[in-house]
Design a protein around this ligand. Structure first.
Ligand code: HSE
Length: 420
C-alpha cells in the first residue's frame, strides 16, 4: 500500500488529538482511502512531550527546516495557533509545494487574501477544523450546499460562551462565577477575552460567511459584541418571556448586501438553537432550495477538532495535483449595518408619574414600536423596567437608547439585547 508522509506542527491538545486519530484509525483510513498516512515529523519546542506520547525520537523536531525541506512530506498540519510563526511557516510550506491543514481561525481571518493567493493546484490550504471543531461545516458549505444560494448562517460557534451562558441560565450564576467554572474546567483561557468578547466567533463567522456567500467577508466588517456585560438578571428576564440567551454569529445576504454580526441574542425557546447546551456548537443555514438545515456537535477539543483535521488530511492527499476551483471572489462586499431586529432592553428609572411616558415618547419619536413591557420592582424609588420591541432598525434603536440614557428620570440603561 502507498504511504503518504505528513508532518504535524504544534503538539498541544489538538496536535495530540490528531495523532491519536491517525494512529488509532490507521488501518480503517488506509483500507478506505488506499493509502497509509505516516506521521514523519512532529514539531514542537518541547520535544519531550512528543517522545512521552510514545513517538520515536527521530520523529520529534524543534526545527521547521526539517519539515519544509523534506521532499517526502506532502501535507503539513498546523496546530500551533496564533498568527506568527504559523503564518510564515504555512506560506513557506505552500511555496515548497506542500498542502497545509490548519485549525487556525485567527490566522485565516486576518490573512485570508495572502494565504489564498499563495495556494497552487498542488499546494492548497484546508481548514475544516477552524470553525465549529468536529462539525463538518466547511465541507457542507463547499459541497453539500452547492445547489443553493445560501442566504443566512446563524450559529453558536463558540463553545466557551455557550457553556457560560448555559451555566448562568440553568444555575442562576453571575457571569463571573460561570466564567470561573469555565476556566476551572479548561474551556476558557486565563485571559478569556478571545472567547467572551466575541473575537473567536468573529473570525469563524468571517470564514464561514466568505464560503457561504462566495465573497470574502473581512472580519473588520463584522459587528462584534461579547457576553461580558450580560447579567443573570437579563437571562432570567428573557427566560420569563420564553427566550434563551446565546452568543450568535449571524450573517445574511440580502440581494448582495451583507449583514454580519456576533452578538448575544435571545432565541425563542422553541428554536433548535435554543436547545444547544453546554460547550456544544450548532450552525443553522438557510438555502434557497433546501430550506433550513442545522448541524450540531462538539466545537472544540482534541478529538472532535482532530477528526476535522484528519478528514482534511485525507482530502488534501486525494486532491494533490487536481485543479482547484476558486470559489471565493475578491473585492469589498457591501455591508448593511442598519439591519432590522426585535430588541430587549432594560432600564432603571425614577418611579414617579411621567417617567415611563418620557421613555415611550422617545421610542415613538425614533420609530421604535413596543411589543411589551414589565415593571417588576421598585428599590429606593428606582423601578426596573424591561421592554420588548417589535422589529425595528438597528440605527433607530441605537438612537432611542442614546436619547433614553440622557433622560433625567433614567438612572441607567441596563442592557440592550437583540431578539431572534
Ligand atoms: N475557544 C473556542 C470555543 C474553541 O470555545 O469554541 C476554539 O475556537
Amino acid at each position: 500500500m502507498k504511504k503518504v508522509n505528513i508532518a504535524i506542527m504544534g503538539f498541544g491538545i489538538v496536535g495530540g488529538g490528531t495523532y491519536d486519530i491517525l494512529t488509532g484509525n490507521y488501518k480503517m483510513i488506509a483500507d478506505s482511502t488506499g493509502f497509509g498516512i505516516n506521521v514523519k515529523r512532529v514539531l514542537d519546542l518541547d520535544t519531550q512531550k512528543i517522545i512521552d506520547k510514545g513517538i520515536a525520537k527521530e520523529v520529534a523536531t524543534k526545527n521547521f527546516e526539517d519539515i519544509v525541506n523534506d521532499p517526502d512530506i506532502s501535507v503539513v498540519v498546523e496546530t500551533m495557533g496564533g498568527v506568527e510563526p504559523a503564518r510564515g511557516f504555512i506560506l513557506r510550506c505552500l511555496e515548497a509545494g506542500k498542502s497545509v491543514v490548519t485549525a487556525n481561525k485567527e490566522l485565516l481571518a486576518k490573512h485570508w487574501a495572502e494565504l489564498k493567493s499563495a495556494e497552487t493546484d498542488s499546494a492548497r490550504i484546508f481548514f475544516e477544523a477552524s470553525c465549529a471543531g468536529g462539525i463538518p461545516i466547511i465541507r457542507t458549505l463547499e459541497q453539500g450546499m452547492q445547489a443553493n444560494n445560501i442566504t443566512q448562517i446563524m450559529g453558536i460557534i463558540n463553545g466557551t460562551t455557550n457553556f457560560i451562558l448555559d451555566k448562568m441560565s440553568e444555575e442562576g450564576l453571575s457571569y463571573s462565577d460561570a466564567l470561573k467554572i469555565a476556566q476551572d474546567l479548561g474551556y476558557a483561557e486565563a485571559n478569556p477575552a478571545a472567547d467572551v468578547e466575541g473575537y473567536d466567533a468573529m473570525y469563524k463567522l468571517s470564514i464561514l460567511s466568505s464560503l457561504a456567500f462566495g465573497k470574502h467577508i473581512p472580519y473588520t466588517g463584522i459587528c462584534r459584541e461579547g457576553i461580558d456585560k450580560i447579567s443573570a438578571r437579563d437571562i432570567a428576564e428573557g427566560k420569563a418571556m420564553g427566550y434563551t440567551l446565546k452568543l450568535l454569529g449571524i450573517a445574511q445576504n440580502s440581494d448582495g448586501k451583507i449583514e454580519a454580526r456576533v452578538n448575544p441574542a435571545f432565541v425563542p425557546d422553541k428554536h433548535p438553537l435554543a436547545g444547544v447546551r453546554g460547550a456544544f456548537n450548532a450552525v443553522y443555514l438557510k438555502g434557497d432550495y433546501v430550506g433550513d438545515i442545522m448541524l450540531y456537535g462538539s466545537g472544540a477539543g482534541a478529538h472532535p477538532t482532530g477528526s476535522a483535521i484528519v478528514s482534511d488530511v485525507i482530502v488534501a492527499i486525494g486532491m494533490r495535483g487536481k485543479k482547484a476551483k476558486k470559489k471565493v471572489s475578491k473585492g469589498e462586499p457591501k455591508f448593511n449595518y442598519n439591519y432590522s431586529s426585535k430588541y430587549y432592553f432594560s432600564i432603571t428609572a425614577e418611579d414617579k408619574a411621567g417617567s415611563l411616558a418620557k421613555v415611550t415618547a422617545l421610542l415613538g419619536k425614533c420609530g421604535v414600536s413596543l411589543a411589551s413591557l414589565v415593571q417588576k420592582e421598585v428599590t429606593n424609588g428606582q423601578a426596573y423596567i424591561s421592554f420588548l420591541t417589535h422589529c425595528t432598525y438597528e440605527q433607530s434603536m441605537q438612537k432611542a437608547i442614546g436619547e433614553i440614557t440622557k433622560l433625567d428620570c433614567v438612572s441607567s440603561v441596563e442592557s440592550l439585547i437583540r431578539v431572534i
